[in-house]
Design a protein around this ligand. Structure first.
Ligand SMILES: [Zn+2]
Length: 294
């Protein structure tokens, strides 16, 4: 049987086989041509007169990026992604650009054309001020100062606080702060206390020797406070002893307001209420604004 078997048919070189070999030769030519072009390109990039690869010299990566970018710009239809420039990587330290101008700090004195008001929340830190149970004057002074600040800023004023948290700030430092801020008005905010539980009302202190405008500022703040709260008007008080308001520490219109008595049961109940604090803030802000816009 085996001798009669016909040999397996030889693969005939058909026209289709010639075509495939022809295409392979074409692909080989394209491959070798592409390899040659790449080699020439790399040689131009990495050869320099100093024998050091250009990509590792100063600005080499910029050169590489620029070469790639110029190659891309030669393409007829770059894709959107390729059209974006490559980030330039600095291979070596270069003279740094001048530092960007720092944003002015919010609480740094600055002459931006706005009228400046310094609010001084009395006490703070180791000095709680008047204390009744868990109620500390220093905390009430601070929260009220923040409310006043908000209203004054709405009116366009630049408002600075001598303290913005429960920290200890000496009285001389508060005055220095206001002086350095070149404030147009200084208002110290306090809550009062007395030996009985019935004395109540609002009073404003000023130094009648220090600044001719102190009385005007004090009157405006006092009147607006009483109008906003309907509290008892205890009037203006003159002092030459309060160090904070002394002539040698402040040379701007200044006053110290006592917005109510924590020792008064009735008034204390009001002073801790947010809606009453808001009335106090409106009154202080309106008084300062009235004085500064005369
Ligand atoms: Zn006080």
């Amino acid at each position: 049987m085996a001798s009669h078997e016909t040999p397996p048919p030889r693969v005939r070189r058909t026209g289709r086989g010639k075509y495939i070999r022809h295409k392979r030769r074409q692909w080989h030519r394209v491959f070798f041509a592409a390899t040659f072009v790449i080699c020439v390109l790399l040689a131009s990039l990495f050869s320099t007169p100093h024998g050091q690869p250009a990509a590792f010299q100063d600005g080499g990566l910029e050169l590489l990026s620029a070469t790639i970018l110029s190659y891309r710009s030669d393409q007829q239809s770059p894709t959107p992604a390729l059209a974006e420039p490559l980030p330039v990587v600095h291979a070596t330290a270069e003279p740094s650009a001048p530092p960007a101008q720092e944003e002015p700090q919010p609480d740094e004195p600055q002459d931006d054309g706005r009228t400046r008001v310094v609010l001084d929340p009395g006490h703070g830190g180791v000095d709680p001020g008047a204390v009744r149970g868990s109620i500390h004057e220093a905390k009430l002074n601070l929260s009220l100062a923040f409310r006043v600040k908000e209203y004054l800023e709405d009116l366009g004023y630049h408002v600075l606080l001598t303290r913005e948290d429960d920290s200890t700030v000496s009285r001389p430092d508060r005055a220095v702060f206001a002086q350095e801020a070149k404030a147009h008005a200084f208002v110290s905010i306090h809550h009062n206390a007395f030996g009985d539980s019935v004395t109540n009302g609002i009073e404003t202190w000023y130094n009648d020797r220090m600044n001719a405008q102190n009385r005007s500022l004090s009157r405006d703040v006092q009147n607006e406070l009483v109008a906003a709260t309907k509290a008892r008007n205890r009037g203006l008080r003159v002092t030459r002893d309060l160090m904070l308001l002394r002539q040698d520490t402040l040379d701007m219109p200044a006053c110290l307001v006592e917005v109510g008595f924590l020792s008064s049961d009735r008034e204390r109940a009001l002073l801790i209420r947010p809606d009453y604090q808001d009335k106090l803030a409106v009154g202080i802000a309106a008084g300062i604004d009235k004085f500064l816009t005369r």
